[in-house]
Write a protein of this length. Structure first.
Lengths: 383, 333
C-alpha cells in the first residue's frame, strides 16, 4: 500500500473496520440489490421517496440498499447463527436520496445480535463508535444519547387508555404530533364529547364476546358485507376500548403535566437518572427496571473510559426511527452539528423488535451503529 | 420560422373531448393536418403553435421537463407526478371539467372509523395486533404520503396499484385505498366508504405552464395571444349581457346593482338618457331583471356573450409574473 493511499479517507475507513474485525466482529458484505419490502415495512413510507427502487422481471420490488442494518440482520437470520450471539461489521455504499448531497455514500458500522447483557453491549457500541471519530481526528465529539425504553416504560406505568398509550408511543419520534396528542389528551376528556355515544353506552361494561355479537348485529342490520382487512373482533375491541375511555376516572391535566415533566428531563446521565427517580416517586409509578438498566449502562460507559459528565442525555431524544426500542446515540462534531441536522457522524441504537419483524420466531436482542465515512472525512483533519 | 410553442392536449377519452370543446368555445380550432390519427396538430388561424396529442400522464411529464410549454392535465397528476410541482409548473387556471376527488376510502364494515384520527389509531392497533402494517393500494403514492404525514399516520404500507384500485380490499391485497372518485358510486359498489376528512385533493383539469420550457420572446407572444382568447371566453362565460334604458337609471341605482347582484358596467355609467349595459353573473340575471323593472325599466334584454376582451390579459399576466420570477433550482428529486 502506498503511503498516499494509507493517509486517504478510504484507508482510514479500512483501518477502522479492520480494528472492528480484530475486536471479534465478522466482516460482512450484503448484496447491494435488496428486496424493497423490509425497508418499507420497517422504516415507514417516508423512506420510499428516498429509496432507489426497481423491479425484477417478475415484478418484485427491489432497491439499492438504503442502509446496512436490515441487510445484515436478514443475512444473520438466514444463517445457522440465527438466534445465537453474533456480531458483524461492514464498510459499504448505501443509496438514499439526499437533497443537495450525493445520494450514494459510504457507511461503516457494526450490528450485534443475541447478547443478553444489554447494558454492556449498548456501552460497547458507543465506545466502538468513538473509535470511528478518533480514527478521523475528530477529538471530543459531542455525545447525545436517549433511551426509548424509558419512555415506553413510563407510558406503560401511567394510568392511560390503550388508545392513548399506542398513540403516544407511536408519536414519540414526531415532536409536533406528540404535542398535538397531549393537547388532544387534555381536550378529549375535558368535554367528553364522543361520537357513537349510543353504541359506546350500550357496550359499557360488556365483555368482548358481547361486544363482538353487537357489532356483528349492527353490520348485519345495516346490510354491510365485511371485506378484507380488519375482523369484526378488531372493530368490536376498539369500540370496547372507547367505551372504557368514557369512564371519568382519569386526571388528564395532571397526566399531561407529568408527561411534559418527563419529556423535559435532560442533562448528564447521572443527574437525569436522579431526576427521573424523583419523578417516579412523586408520581407513585414504577420505573425501576428501566432506570436500573439505564444506570448500569452509564456505569459500563464510565468503565470504558467515556467521560460520562460530558454526555448529553435527553428523555425526548429518539433519533426519528420507529424501530429503536432502547438506547440510542449520536456522535457529532460539536462545531457543526446544527448544519447537518439528523446527519450525525456516527449514530445507532438498540432495536430489539426488528428481528421479530423480519421473521425471527423468538425475540433477539440487537444493537448497532453506523458511521458516515464521507462526513467524518470532511469534518476530521488529515490523519 | 422560429421554434413553435408546444401545446400538449389529451389524446384520449372524455378529457380529449372536453379539451377540444374548451378550445373550440374559445375560437381555437385544433386541426390535425394529416387526419384523426395524427399526434401533431396546429390551431387554425393562430400561427406558431404546435399541438402535441399525448396521454394526461405524458403531458404532465413533458411539462415537468419543459418539453411542452403549455398543456392540459389534471391537478391530481401534477401534484402526484411532479416533486415540488410549484417549482416546475404554473397552474394557470382550472377549466371546470375533469372533476375528481382524490380520497381515502376504507371498508364500509369499519363502522368505528369515521375520520383520519380514527384511521391513525386503527392503523397502529393493526400493526401491534398483526405484526405487519396495514396496506394501502393506490396510484397516488406521493399524495398519500404527504396527506398521511400531515395527519401523523405512519403505520401503513403503500401497495402500488395500476388499475382497479377499488377492488384491492375485496381481493385481499390491501386493507384500504386512496383513489380518485367523482360520485363515490364505484367505491360504494366495492364496499368502501370515503373517510369524513379524507379528501386529499379536489382536482380538475387545469391549463398548466412549464417553467423550465425555453420561453423565447416569440413563444411568449404566442402564449399571450392564446391566453387572450381563452381569457376572453372565460370572462364571457362568467357573465350575461344585460341592457336597459329608463329615465331614472342613475349612478345610485348602479351602485345598488353592483352590491346586490355583482354586476359590472364595462362601458361606463348610465348615459344621460339612462341607457346602460351591464355584465351580470348568470345566476343573478333574473333577480337583476326584476330589480330594474321595479325601478322603472320598460324592458330588459339579456344575451349570452361569445367573448369579452378586457384590456388586461389576466391569464397571461399570471404566466408572465411566474416566468419572470428567479429561476427555480433544477434538481427537484
Amino acid at each position: 500500500m502506498s503511503s498516499d493511499a494509507a493517509t486517504g479517507p478510504d484507508a482510514r475507513a479500512q483501518a477502522l473496520v479492520a480494528s472492528y474485525a480484530r475486536a471479534g466482529y465478522v466482516r460482512t458484505e450484503p448484496p447491494v440489490l435488496q428486496p424493497a419490502e423490509p425497508f418499507l415495512d420497517l422504516s415507514g413510507e417516508d423512506i420510499r421517496r428516498r429509496m432507489f427502487l426497481t423491479a425484477d422481471p417478475e415484478g418484485r420490488e427491489l432497491c439499492l440498499r438504503p442502509d446496512l442494518t436490515i441487510p445484515v440482520s436478514r443475512d444473520y437470520l438466514a444463517s445457522p447463527l440465527a438466534g445465537k450471539p453474533a456480531g458483524f461489521c461492514y464498510l459499504g455504499t448505501v443509496f438514499r436520496h439526499r437533497e443537495g448531497l450525493s445520494s450514494e455514500f459510504v457507511q461503516a458500522g457494526i450490528e450485534s445480535f443475541g447478547r443478553a447483557d444489554k447494558a454492556a453491549a449498548d456501552a460497547e457500541m458507543l465506545a466502538l463508535g468513538l473509535e470511528a471519530t478518533t480514527q478521523y481526528g475528530v477529538s471530543a465529539p459531542e455525545i447525545r444519547i436517549g433511551d426509548v425504553g424509558l419512555f415506553s416504560a413510563f407510558i406503560a406505568a401511567l394510568d392511560l387508555a390503550p388508545v392513548w398509550r399506542r398513540r403516544l408511543i407511536k408519536d414519540f419520534n414526531r415532536k409536533s404530533s406528540l404535542k398535538h396528542d397531549l393537547d388532544q389528551l387534555t381536550l378529549a376528556s375535558a368535554n367528553g364529547s364522543k361520537e357513537y355515544q349510543g353504541v359506546l353506552a350500550a357496550l359499557a361494561g360488556s365483555d368482548p364476546k358481547g361486544a363482538h355479537a353487537l357489532v356483528t348485529d349492527l353490520l348485519s342490520i345495516a346490510g354491510i358485507a365485511t371485506v378484507g382487512g380488519r375482523s369484526v373482533a378488531e372493530i368490536a375491541d376498539r369500540f370496547l376500548e372507547q367505551s372504557a375511555l368514557n369512564a371519568p376516572t382519569r386526571l388528564p391535566r395532571e397526566t399531561r403535566a407529568l408527561i411534559e415533566r418527563f419529556l423535559s428531563v435532560a442533562g448528564d446521565p447521572d443527574e437525569a437518572a436522579g431526576e427521573l427517580r424523583t419523578l417516579a416517586s412523586d408520581a407513585r409509578i414504577d420505573l425501576a427496571g428501566a432506570l436500573d438498566l439505564f444506570e448500569t449502562r452509564t456505569g459500563f460507559l464510565a468503565a470504558r473510559g467515556v467521560d460520562v459528565r460530558a454526555i448529553k442525555f435527553a428523555t425526548d431524544f429518539g433519533r426519528g426511527f420507529d424501530y429503536y426500542t432502547g438506547f440510542v446515540f449520536e456522535l457529532d462534531n460539536a462545531a457543526n452539528n446544527s448544519a447537518r441536522a439528523n446527519n450525525a457522524l456516527v449514530a445507532g441504537g438498540r432495536y430489539d423488535g426488528l428481528l421479530t419483524r423480519l421473521g425471527a420466531r423468538e425475540p433477539i436482542p440487537a444493537v448497532g451503529f453506523a458511521a458516515a465515512i464521507g462526513e467524518l472525512a470532511a469534518c476530521g483533519g488529515a490523519s | 420560422m422560429s421554434a413553435p410553442l408546444i401545446l400538449a392536449v389529451p389524446s384520449k377519452g372524455r378529457l380529449q373531448d372536453n379539451a377540444e370543446s374548451f378550445f373550440a368555445r374559445a375560437g381555437l380550432d385544433l386541426i390535425k393536418p394529416r387526419g384523426a390519427r395524427d399526434y401533431r396538430g396546429t390551431i387554425g388561424g393562430l400561427d406558431g403553435i404546435e399541438v402535441a396529442y399525448l396521454s394526461a400522464a405524458e403531458i404532465t411529464a413533458q411539462l415537468a421537463q419543459g418539453a411542452a410549454h403549455l398543456g392540459i392535465t389534471g391537478e391530481d397528476l401534477v401534484r402526484e407526478m411532479i416533486p415540488h410541482s410549484d417549482r416546475r409548473v404554473v397552474l394557470i387556471d382550472g377549466l371546470s371539467f375533469g372533476f375528481a376527488n382524490v380520497v381515502v376510502a376504507v371498508p364500509h364494515a369499519w363502522i368505528d372509523v369515521r375520520n383520519m384520527a380514527d384511521l391513525d389509531d386503527v392503523a397502529t392497533a393493526f400493526r401491534l395486533r398483526n405484526h405487519r402494517k396495514m396496506r394501502l393500494a393506490t396510484k397516488y403514492a406521493n399524495l398519500t404520503f404527504g396527506f398521511f404525514a400531515e395527519h401523523g399516520v405512519v403505520d401503513y404500507r403503500i401497495v402500488e396499484s395500476s388499475g382497479a384500485t377499488e377492488g384491492a380490499p375485496a381481493a385481499g391485497t390491501a386493507e384500504m385505498i386512496v383513489d380518485i372518485t367523482t360520485t363515490g358510486a364505484t367505491l360504494a359498489a366495492n364496499g368502501l366508504k370515503v373517510i369524513d376528512d379524507g379528501v386529499i385533493l379536489r382536482s380538475q383539469a387545469n391549463l398548466v405552464a412549464a417553467r423550465n420550457a425555453a420561453w423565447t420572446d416569440a413563444q411568449r407572444e404566442t402564449a399571450k395571444l392564446l391566453l387572450d382568447r381563452i381569457a376572453a371566453r372565460k370572462r364571457a362565460e362568467a357573465f350575461r349581457e344585460v341592457r336597459t334604458r329608463f329615465a331614472g337609471l342613475n349612478d345610485r341605482l348602479l351602485g345598488i346593482a353592483r352590491e346586490k347582484f355583482g354586476v359590472e358596467s364595462p362601458f361606463g355609467p348610465p348615459t344621460s338618457s339612462g341607457m346602460l349595459t351591464l355584465h351580470c353573473p348568470p345566476d343573478k340575471v333574473h333577480a337583476l331583471a326584476s330589480f330594474l323593472r321595479e325601478q322603472g325599466a320598460e324592458a330588459v334584454s339579456v344575451v349570452a356573450l361569445d367573448y369579452v376582451y378586457a384590456r388586461d390579459n389576466s391569464l397571461y399576466a399570471k404566466l408572465a409574473a411566474e416566468l419572470d420570477k428567479p429561476a427555480a433550482p433544477q434538481s427537484g428529486r
